[in-house]
Design a binder for this molecule. Sequence first.
Ligand SMILES: [Zn+2]
Ligand SMILES: [Zn+2]
Length: 54
Amino acid sequence: MMLLLRPNCEWCDCDLPPESPDARICSYECTYCVHCVETVLHNVCATCGGGICS
Ligand SMILES: [Zn+2]
Ligand SMILES: [Zn+2]
């Protein structure tokens, strides 16, 4: 399944190119950078509460 990634982290709005190894996506396709996922969100989406997988 292809997931469409938005170009910016939804938390800090940093640039996240679709092929970036720093991009993370939640169960409902919200996009975050790995920094926010690990230090702020702790693998729980701030928008929808879904889990975030790499
Ligand atoms: Zn971020
Ligand atoms: Zn989400």
